[in-house]
Design a protein around this ligand. Structure first.
Ligand SMILES: C[S@@+](CC[C@H](N)C(=O)[O-])C[C@H]1O[C@@H](n2cnc3c(N)ncnc32)[C@H](O)[C@@H]1O
Length: 419
């Protein structure tokens, strides 16, 4: 059956209609006429697969990656980067309007200097034979030689790592790699089968010889056991800031955009002088540490223990004395927020967003003047901005900073002020 794609929805799907029922079609573009097959029929919409592009869009390009559409990682490689940015900006505006009832322009768009070779972190899958990523909507591993989104030094590990695992009879289901600006790496192998850990030869020298000298730390983890070799963390430099990041801590992934993201937060702090800043969902202190140079008192709250330990060590690594960190779930950390009485709060939550409870509670802090909201999900951002507006705040500006080129993911920074 034929349909015409009308627009792109959040999630990267093209939307067309069959007898007024919406159809979600991945890897399509507005105005394209496509022949589709329905893969899932739901009550309110259909999920479809493209059989043939009958009338391709002028903005369609040949995807540079040979695994595109087979591997489930990217969903925007069929149009060039300038168009990806335009599409994402429109989606951000549309989500704010539809979900948040906020009519706004996007004040600034910050594209990635390079839309390829930008990721400093990856999770590979391995099934004993294939080393790569899951196929779209499946648990089958696609064997890959290279991923165009990864930093080149991570790509160079694929061949030797696969050889190493096969040689020593190791079959981790997941392999996490994090690489810093000096190409140093920490790696974590996760085994679903506990007995596999017996095959581990506990010598980092072997990994240096057979895989790479740049691997500074390795951990082998199963449900019951863990073997750590070498360093547990590496340092990541962003301009003058030094961040210790452990394998188990979150860190922003796009090497070109991390300095720009921090700069954007600094710009807001310079234009809006603040005395007491609370950084909710602070990770290793990516924003709290820079904020320490602009604000009298900074408190960071974070759930992940490893990230809190890194954050605490980052106070000293950056010569600061006015920054503190606490381990708490945001919902439980409200009481610390109420005691701290911030005039500014930075929120950088995971995809689920902040939620009504936390927003209603922090809005009761009289001194709170502004909120800087860094979001990786425009739907929950729109919902949360609406909660803030119901609590007497107003959206002042929103910028899109593209942290995830070639994928549908949308990162933004919003500034809200109490009216
Ligand atoms: C998107 S990351 C941002 C981290 C940091 N701001 C950065 O830029 O590196 C979200 C962080 O929130 C933490 N987190 C997730 N759920 C949380 C919760 N309920 N309460 C507090 N922190 C949470 C995660 O561990 C993660 O470090």
């Amino acid at each position: 059956m034929k349909i015409k794609i009308e627009k792109i929805a959040y999630g990267g799907f093209g939307i067309g209609f069959l007898d007024s029922k919406p159809c979600f079609v991945p890897y399509t573009l507005p105005e394209e006429e496509v022949e589709v097959r329905i893969t899932k029929e739901k009550k309110d919409y259909n999920e479809c697969k493209v059989i043939q592009i009958i009338n391709p869009s002028k903005i369609r390009v040949n995807p540079p990656c040979k695994y595109y559409t087979v591997c489930g990682g990217c969903d925007f490689q069929h149009t060039d980067y300038t168009n990806q940015i335009k599409i994402k900006t429109e989606i951000l505006k549309e989500q704010l309007l539809r979900i948040g009832k906020i009519k706004t322009d996007v004040d600034e768009v910050i594209p990635s200097e390079n839309p390829f070779y930008y990721r400093n972190r990856v999770q590979f899958k391995f099934d004993g034979k294939n080393f790569g990523f899951y196929k779209r909507d499946s648990h089958q591993t696609v064997d890959i030689e290279e991923c165009l989104l990864l930093k080149e030094d991570i790509n160079q590990l694929i061949k030797p790592l696969k050889k190493f695992l096969i040689k020593y009879g190791l079959q981790p289901s997941n392999i996490h790699i994090f690489s810093n600006t000096k190409d140093e790496k920490v790696i974590k192998f996760i085994f679903s089968d506990d007995s596999q850990i017996l095959n581990v030869i506990p010598k980092i020298e072997i990994i240096h010889e057979e895989v790479s000298e740049d691997i500074k730390g390795v951990s082998f983890e199963s449900k019951k056991n863990r073997i750590d070799l070498g360093q547990k963390s590496i340092f990541y430099m962003v301009d003058k800031y030094k961040f210790r990041v452990s394998m188990d801590s979150f860190f922003q992934v796009n090497i070109y955009q991390i300095p720009k993201l921090i700069k954007k937060v600094e710009e807001i702090l310079k234009q809006n002088l603040s005395e007491r800043l609370l950084d909710f969902y602070c990770g290793v202190g990516t924003f709290s540490i820079p904020a320490g140079f602009y604000v009298k008192d900074v408190l960071g709250i974070e759930l992940n223990e490893s990230a809190v330990k890194d954050a605490k060590s980052n106070i000293g690594h950056n010569g600061l004395k006015n920054v503190r960190f606490l381990k708490a779930k945001a919902e439980k950390g409200i009481k610390y927020a109420l005691d701290f009485k911030p005039d500014t709060i930075i929120f950088d939550p995971p995809r689920a967003g902040i939620g009504k409870e936390v927003i209603n509670s922090v809005s009761k802090i009289d001194r709170l003047k502004r909120v800087i909201y860094i979001s990786c999900n425009p739907s929950t951002l729109a919902r949360d901005i609406n909660y803030f507006e119901n609590n007497g705040f107003k959206l002042k500006s929103v910028s899109m900073i593209d942290m995830f080129p070639n994928t549908h993911h949308i990162e933004s920074i919003s500034l809200l002020e109490r009216v």
